[in-house]
Ligand binder design. Structure first.
Ligand SMILES: [Zn+2]
Ligand SMILES: [Zn+2]
Length: 343
């Protein structure tokens, strides 16, 4: 049966095309993708001409599906398991892993060379995942089993938006109970920061966005205020000069700014150093919430099942893989929280 995937072939040239998917080798799994969220990072890959990935690129990195086959030495999953693909696994061997910080690993394992264009040319899967496709091959460590009763179109969001947003609060920032939180940028990741702040027991959650539709959404997901005010933790989910400057202006004494949003190449912000010093401020970078898939996805799935986090409310629209272009446009326009593609 022919496989299909959405491929960035050269800068600006994207198409749904036939692809070839190899059998998994030792330590790898073949996954039938059943749902994949359309995330801003995919847009970033397109707009930054691959964002460091060698072209041609197979897009998509927020996927869930079913394990269809496993290579030798795979013990964590079996064929038939419902899994979420994790793009931020740990190698176990680099300097960060060796010093006990697998969440900061910069060399996640990859199943290289398993995905090809119809003519045989190798495809680079975005963030080692490649989920805008009917099937993909990933390292077994990147396939995390989740309960089958979690609907697959909700489960996929755990793979990026939810892991990034919730874990930015719980792991990167370690927000304490009673803290005042502000969130700049209330798209899918921002809504997950808000949900994470609720879990952490924040006393105030300020949602800030230039789009009034997003403020209304944020209130539904747990924001308590929609105007600026002092905060112990300010999450910049946008990553632009204006938003970072706004974040600097909001932090209280001893406060923390957490930069989550991917900035365009060359973006710069000016920092008032005396003000930073006077506030004893900390600036943290959240790399995808510093999540670790095999530790975090099971607890996120459990929170989704018991209603602690709302995933259903984040899926504005589902569509086939051929709707990738409308899905990207809708994300740019801000008319959806998430489009989930069902290959
Ligand atoms: Zn490592
Ligand atoms: Zn993402």
């Amino acid at each position: 049966m022919a496989e299909h995937g959405v491929v960035l072939g050269s800068p600006g040239a994207i198409a749904l095309e036939e692809i070839a998917v190899d059998e998994p080798q030792a330590g790898e799994v073949l996954v039938r993708i059943e749902a994949t969220g359309v995330c801003h990072s995919d847009l970033h890959v397109i707009e930054e001409d691959g964002w460091g990935h060698r072209l041609p690129v197979l897009l998509g990195h927020e996927g869930a599906g079913t394990v269809e086959a496993i290579g030798d030495d795979v013990e964590n999953v079996a064929p038939g398991d419902r899994i979420v693909i994790g793009w931020k696994t740990a190698c176990g061997a680099c300097a960060m892993c060796a010093r006990g910080e697998p969440r900061q690993c910069k060399r996640p394992p990859t199943a290289a060379g398993r995905l090809h264009r119809a003519d045989g040319e190798d495809l680079t899967p975005v963030l080692r995942s490649g989920t805008f496709a009917t099937r993909t091959v990933v390292p077994a460590v990147a396939a995390v089993k989740v309960p089958a009763e979690l609907p697959v179109d909700h489960a996929c969001l755990i793979g990026c938006a939810v892991a990034t947003g919730v874990m930015s609060v719980l792991e990167t920032a370690k927000v304490w109970p009673g803290a005042r939180v502000a969130v700049i940028g209330c798209g899918a990741v921002g809504l997950c920061v808000i949900q994470g702040a609720k879990i952490a027991g924040a006393s105030e959650i300020r949602a800030l966005d230039t789009d009034p539709r997003k403020l209304e959404q944020a209130t539904r997901f747990g924001a308590t205020h929609t105007e600026p005010g002092p905060a112990d933790f300010v999450f910049d989910v946008v990553g632009r000069r204006q938003t970072f400057t706004q974040a600097l202006g909001l932090i209280a004494t001893g406060g923390t700014i957490v930069l989550i949003g991917l900035s365009p190449a060359g973006e710069k912000a000016e920092i008032d150093l005396p003000a930073l010093f006077a506030r004893r401020a900390r600036v943290l970078v959240s790399h995808g919430g510093d999540h670790l898939p095999h530790e975090d996805f099971p607890r996120l799935a459990a929170w989704a099942l018991d209603g602690t986090i709302d995933l259903a409310g984040m899926v504005t629209r589902t569509a086939g893989l051929d709707a990738w272009d409308e899905a990207l446009d809708a994300m740019k326009d801000g008319t959806v929280i998430r489009t989930v593609l069902r290959p």
